[in-house]
Design a protein around this ligand. Structure first.
Ligand code: NAD
Length: 488
């Protein structure tokens, strides 16, 4: 794989030299060896990025005031520039975070472009003004958005924010996670090629402290954050003091509810995806499997066989189904949860040892997928987000018990219900306290709102709802005399 080195940031529509010599060095999740580096943004770089976004937004004839068709045309040019780089983006994400390359191609290499096209077409169709009674209601873009993203799906999750924010007429300062920065360099190249106006999208990779600085920066109007719940709470506290709008997409511990009439065999691939996508490093993954007492052993054997047959290996190999964890830190964290499950009395059916015999990948951060049976839903491995290939199988007695256990969680992001009876499954899905849920599969649909309840966050991304997150209604009362004068 080619090494990716960047020396500058995308600020104000051009490559700009960093204010300091600090760098973020990136190693491969597969081998632990260097694969590139980027400059690390300092406070001065954030100041420059916010100032550029501010100028671009405040320009009285700028982006926010462009006709929707002109904004859409610029957004479509960016979609084309990204499409031309989709393989490189997928490869860099795969090597950085361990995402199997086929998953990286179908998500990271292609969803960003689709999202840009989706919102470009939506702004062409959505009227920005409507008359209600005597009042003209307009929607105007909120301003400068601080977009803070995690490492697990670095491009897809960035575009959950960028596509609607840009389409709405906002300008953006994006701070990627320091664990996934090389793909952001490719994105910057695409922005320059597409000729987006200066300052519309600025990209400043940095760590946590700088993220915190960006969130509280006086030049920012809105924060859109995806990441862990504790950081989201911290950001919400700061946003509350500043009365600054905030969207939070946070952690999860979703339930996969297997009803007693579920067809396990024909849903094998979908069940794997719903719980183990991206090696379990997925916020909506259904990592709590709720299994009916009447079929408990069968479900345990099914998941054990499913994971034991999964091919573990180099994430860049198209045959790989489970790649490494993003970092040694994440590998240790996942292993500590496996140890905790054992010490809390759950039964580990598979995943006792680190995978061995992976030629040339000795420095990679691999964890064998682990299945726990006989799990009490109140214990740590059933309650905390592990963010790795570890599934906890909890027994339930009837549908009401399954719903009770599914809702016994601080989180409410995703989930799934598996059944041969569509109406019964829908009835159960309606009673599960989560922002999204799937029946006999789980996919994120760009047409529909996505987000969490409880400690999984607030606000919604995707669908028409996301455009509303980046705009504010303004009501202009038109006095009857004025209306009459105009009519006359
Ligand atoms: P994280 O919370 O550690 O970091 C996320 C981002 O926030 C990074 O860019 C980080 O640098 C930045 N950051 C950290 N502290 C900050 C602070 N105090 N102020 C401002 N920015 C700060 O999360 P992570 O480890 O990168 O990602 C994994 C987490 O993200 C998991 O909990 C996962 O569930 C969650 N996630 C949620 C969704 C969703 O849609 N709900 C999607 C993907 C990931």
């Amino acid at each position: 794989m080619d090494i990716a080195e960047y020396d500058k940031f995308l600020i104000d529509g051009a490559w700009q030299a960093p204010a300091t010599t600090d760098r973020i060095e990136v190693t491969s999740a597969n081998t632990g060896r260097p694969i590139g580096s980027v400059p690390a943004a300092s406070k001065r770089d954030i100041d420059a990025a916010v100032a550029a976004a501010r100028r671009a937004f405040d320009d009285p004839s700028g982006w926010a005031h462009w006709a929707p068709k002109d904004r859409a045309a610029a957004i479509l040019r960016l979609a084309d520039a990204l499409a031309a780089r989709s393989d490189r983006t997928a490869e860099l994400v795969s090597a950085q975070v361990g995402m199997p390359i086929n998953t990286a191609k179908s998500f990271e290499g292609s969803v960003p472009e689709k999202l840009l096209r989706f919102y470009a077409s939506m702004i062409m169709q959505t009227p920005s003004d409507d008359l209600r009674g005597e009042t003209l209601v307009t929607r105007r873009p909120l301003g400068v958005v601080a977009a803070i993203t995690p490492w697990n799906f670095p491009e897809v999750l960035a575009f959950f924010k960028l596509a609607p924010a840009l389409a709405a007429g906002c300008t953006v300062v994006m701070k990627p996670s320091s664990d996934a920065v090389l793909d952001a360099g490719v994105l910057a190249e695409a922005v320059i090629e597409a000729g987006l106006p200066p300052g519309i999208l600025n990209i400043v990779p940095a760590g946590r402290e700088i993220g915190s600085y960006l969130v509280t920066h006086p030049g920012v109007d809105q924060i859109s954050f995806t990441g862990s719940t504790p950081v989201g709470q911290d950001i919400a506290t700061n946003a509350g003091k500043l009365l600054r709008r905030v969207t939070l997409e946070l952690g999860g511990k979703s339930a996969a509810v297997i009803l007693d009439d579920a067809d396990l065999e024909s849903n094998q691939a979908a069940m794997f995806g719903a719980s183990l996508l991206n090696n379990g490093q997925t916020c909506f993954a259904g990592t709590r499997i709720l299994a009916p007492s009447s079929r408990y052993n069968e479900v345990v054997d099914f998941y054990t066989a499913l994971t034991e047959s999964a091919r573990i290996g180099n994430s860049l190999d198209p045959a790989t189904q489970i790649g490494p964890m993003v970092s040694a830190r994440q590998q240790e964290r996942v292993e500590s949860y496996i140890a905790k499950g054992i010490s809390d009395g759950a039964r580990l059916t598979t995943g006792k040892k680190r995978p061995t015999g992976l030629d040339g990948l000795e420095g990679g951060h691999f964890v064998a997928p682990a299945i726990f049976a006989d799990v009490d839903n109140s214990t740590t491995i059933a309650q905390e987000e592990i963010f790795g290939p570890v599934l906890a199988i909890v027994r339930y007695e009837d549908d009401a018990d399954a719903i009770r256990l599914a809702n016994q969680s601080i989180y409410g992001l995703g989930g799934s219900v598996w059944s041969s009876d569509h109406d019964r499954a829908l009835g159960v899905a309606r009673q599960i306290d989560s922002g999204t849920i799937g029946i006999n599969g789980y996919q994120i649909d760009v047409n529909a709102p996505y987000g969490g309840v409880k400690d999984s966050g607030m606000g919604r991304e995707l669908g028409p709802e996301a455009l509303l997150e980046y705009t504010e209604p303004k009501a202009i009362y038109l006095s009857p005399r004025m209306t009459a004068d105009n009519a006359g």
